[in-house]
Write a protein that binds this ligand. Structure first.
Ligand SMILES: Nc1nc2c(ncn2[C@@H]2O[C@H](COP(=O)(O)OP(=O)(O)OP(=O)(O)O)[C@@H](O)[C@H]2O)c(=O)[nH]1
Ligand SMILES: [Zn+2]
Length: 199
């Protein structure tokens, strides 16, 4: 067992040993031998990977968005093509792609650009469906930055649809959440949509 794991007991009081044993059971379930050389460390690795993929649960959006700056502009700010990778809560397989996040500042308050990408990561690194992920990113920015509007679009490829099941390798899911001015004003929404569709 790795040193990282020795002290790891989850918030549900599940020990690392119980978690790795569960993975050993899964390996036996598919007819594998968890004691063969190539698999001996796999349960440990898998549990660590799963913790890493879900470390967004402990991030605090209000802290990420707590540092703001003054600006004279009240024009749309857009960060587009933000790579994201998340885990589908139905199959525990990855879905990934790009997110586009925009807001219209209120009372001259802007946020560091990287923070928009950090908010995307915070909610991506959880078990998700893409609709909820999109909504949570938009609502966190609306709640903690209080801009005039927020627009968020996610474009994701879902492994659970590509490598198994219906096996559609190119199908892309597009989800959006528009709040405030982006919801009320077609002009703002159209400006956002035209920017994200442009190369
Ligand atoms: N709406 C939505 N559906 C998702 C997302 N990720 C995966 N799914 C879908 O969740 C559904 C789960 O359906 P089920 O019928 O319970 O599971 P399943 O038998 O594995 O379904 P198939 O994938 O069709 O084989 C599937 O249709 C997936 O494509 C997501 O982010 N949003
Ligand atoms: Zn899935």
């Amino acid at each position: 067992m790795s040193p990282f794991f020795k002290k790891a007991v989850s918030s549900n009081n599940v020990t690392a040993q119980e978690a790795t044993e569960a993975v050993r059971t899964l390996l036996r379930y598919i007819g594998e031998n968890p004691n063969r050389e190539g698999l001996i460390e796999t349960p440990d690795r898998y549990c660590r990977a799963l913790l890493e993929l879900t470390e967004g649960y402990s991030a605090k959006p209000e802290e990420i968005l707590s540092t703001t700056f003054e600006s004279q502009s009240d024009e749309m700010v857009l960060l587009k093509d933000i790579e994201f990778s998340s885990t589908c809560e139905h199959h525990l397989l990855s879905f990934s792609g790009k997110a586009h996040v925009a807001y219209i500042p209120s009372e001259g308050r802007i946020v560091g650009l990287s923070k928009l990408a950090r908010i995307v990561d915070t909610f991506s690194q959880r078990l998700q469906v893409q609709e909820r992920l999109t909504q949570q990113v938009a609502e966190a920015i609306q709640t903690h930055l209080k801009p005039q509007g927020v627009a968020v679009v996610f474009e994701g490829m879902h492994s659970c649809m590509c490598v198994r099941g219906v096996r559609k390798q190119s199908a892309k899911m597009v989800t959006s959440t528009m709040l405030g001015l982006f919801r009320e004003s077609p002009a703002s929404r159209n400006e956002f949509m035209s920017f994200i569709t442009r190369n």
